[in-house]
Design a protein around this ligand. Sequence first.
Ligand code: PLP
Length: 405
Amino acid sequence: MQTAPLPPRDVPPMPIPHLENVMPIAVRPEVVMARGAGSYLWDTEGRRYLDLIQGWAVNCLGHAPPRVVTALAEQARTLLNPSPSFHNPRHLELAAAVARHTGLDHVFFTSTGAEANEGAIKLARKWGSVARKGAHQIVTLANAFHGRTLATMSASGKPGWDRLFEPKVPGFRKVPADDLRALRGAIDDETVAVMLEPIQGEAGVVPISLENLRAIRALTEERGVLFIADEVQTGVGRTGKFLCVEHAGVRPDIVTLAKGLGGGVPIGALVARREVSCFAPGDQGGTYNGNPLVCAAALAVLEEVTAPGFLERVRESGAYLADGLAALSRRLGLGEVRGAGLLLALDLEAPRADKVVALSRQRGLLVNAARPRTLRFMPALNVARAELDEALAILAAVLDDPASR
Ligand SMILES: *Cc1c(COP(=O)(O)O)cnc(C)c1O
């Protein structure tokens, strides 16, 4: 096991086998990741990386967390999938745990975040048909990211997506984020819900202010429409509370979760208040929903994330990393540090995030370029101080390196 920081690569990378058979949906660096443990990843050449991306905020307990690995192995030996038409113990236990920790009532498990949001859109439309005279419009925010199915792409406000895969699913009205007047004006008799991310992750970690979250909750109540919080990225402790909306003291009607929920295995959740949970049998489903394998992993994640003191440590680690980034920014004349808990962004003074990401990787640090001039940090929630120090030191060296400009 290599433990020293990486030397810069001095030999050309090996050609990547079988690449000709991979659908080219992304531009990926020339490394193949082979193994992970905690905050570290190793590639097939044995090079070690300190990982502050963690599968896009998915591995909330780091790579191969022992409790999740054990739960998966035990469940795999016991029962993989009895079919979604039967109850299974892990599904029942996990539904109870998710209901308890979100303060909501009914839970439907999906395999991805997009599928959870797709379910939220369907549930809101069903509710509109039974409780609001067929209203079906959903108000969403500019720059929102809700997933890559057709309906969730239509709900999203990602620049450029408005012309992709036309025609889109109708029924979404977009307003600028943090513009309460525009939001108020967009809600009419046709409206059934307001759907938003409390912190817009893909947009570059852009928080909706806590006052506005409270105002939006009040507005949706006053106008009799649903408040849907997409907490796919912010949920399950990422921001130092179980749900990000807890920072504002707000309880939505519908919450969606995914990413951190499975600690690396694919599971999402559509969670709703009893009063709006109006699917009839047959309205919603999915072959893999609530299968015991992924539910066992999520139960293990929740046990750890909701253990006494865990979320407090996330807030402390988040403050520590934010302070370190702010110090870097002051010293080097960079921009704002934003976010909450361990979902943080650092704005650069120029559009050089891609270069910084590539040079960081060469020095053994994985960070994400959320925007051309914004770096995003999503370490494991149990990341160690020493690992954050190591990350800040590598990042400082890269940002100082003229090659990163
Ligand atoms: C990642 C993400 C999604 C989509 O989740 P997938 O599991 O990739 O389908 C939806 N909403 C938000 C806020 C996300 O960050």
